[in-house]
Ligand binder design. Structure first.
Ligand code: NAD
Length: 270
């Protein structure tokens, strides 16, 4: 049987009822973690249950937990309930995110605030509760060399500007600097905080970008490695960042993008 690298650890994965979050939740559970499959609303409960059923079918453990990560009291309650039920939290995957796209001159304050509140403030609220718990508990050497691990789901748009998506790109740029700042702040406490920057991954968030052969061909112009990514590509990176295999990795963004950040437009135009 494969070594269970996250045995006896508790992981909260936000936005885990679909896409990347669901894939990450399954990978962490397969590595032995008890996984909290977070989702935002009554409408997402059924999808969260499907993720949890897949986890259990592979012999894993976990629960679903409804919580809108942009709401402070709800986030505090989620962490309090999980700590009461499972004793602690060892891993946070700050994955929940969404888009509300608009040309900048037509973007409403509501569209701006909505994306920032989920993508950036949501990551702040969850990271703060996780760090409070990591500081309280400290290191448990039998489980991990670190007192806790946080993985922030960023995007290639933490560095690539994106017309028509200024709110989304700003949220991801904000995640980059929040991640680095708190990684610096809590490294002496042996808390590791890193980001993953996915390129184009086949999930509901970008369905239109790969749903037809024409759309996929256009997308591939941006990807030197010439394939669209899968949730498994991101899940493997998340598992590595959550495990002691990456113990000396702190405050960095791991780009999992098939080379999208290599300026492919310059490959035949230099
Ligand atoms: P997705 O739409 O399938 O997943 C987003 C999840 O976030 C959904 O499950 C949704 O229910 C959840 N969510 C939304 N608002 C929430 C809230 N307030 N509280 C809790 N959960 C909430 O899309 P995805 O592609 O799996 O996206 C996951 C993350 O990956 C996002 O942060 C996204 O920005 C990032 N990302 C995705 C891609 C890609 O190509 N798919 C690329 C770069 C970054």
């Amino acid at each position: 049987m494969a070594e269970k690298k996250l045995q006896n650890q508790v992981a909260i994965v936000t936005g885990a009822s679909s896409g990347i979050g669901s894939g990450v939740a399954k990978a962490l559970a397969a590595a032995g973690a008890t996984v909290i499959v977070n989702h935002p609303a009554t409408a997402t409960e059924a999808a969260a249950e499907i993720t949890l059923a897949a986890i259990k079918a592979e012999g894993g453990t976990g629960i679903t937990f409804q919580c809108d990560v942009s709401r402070e009291e709800a986030v505090k309650q989620m962490f309090a309930d999980v700590i009461t039920q499972f004793g602690t939290v060892d891993i946070l995957v700050n994955n929940a995110g969404l888009q509300r796209d608009a040309p900048f001159d037509e973007m409403t304050l509501e569209q701006w605030n909505f994306v920032l509140s989920v993508n950036l403030t949501g990551q702040f609220l969850c990271a703060r509760e996780a760090i409070r718990e990591f500081l309280r508990r400290g290191i448990v050497p039998q489980k991990s060399k670190a007192a806790g691990k946080i993985i922030c789901m960023s995007s290639v748009h933490e560095v690539i500007p994106w017309s028509g998506h200024a709110n989304y790109a700003a949220s991801k740029g904000g995640i980059m600097m929040m991640m680095k700042s708190i990684a610096q702040e809590f490294a002496p406490k042996k808390i590791r905080i890193n980001s993953i920057a996915p390129g184009a991954i086949k999930t509901p968030i970008n369905h239109d970008a790969w749903a037809t052969p024409q759309a996929e061909a256009k997308l591939l112009e941006l990807i030197p490695y010439q394939r669209v990514g899968t949730v498994e590509d991101i899940a493997a990176a998340a598992l590595w960042l959550a495990s002691d295999d990456s113990d000396y990795v702190n405050g960095t963004t791991l780009f999992v993008d098939g080379g999208m950040t290599l300026y492919p437009g310059f490959s035949e135009n230099g």
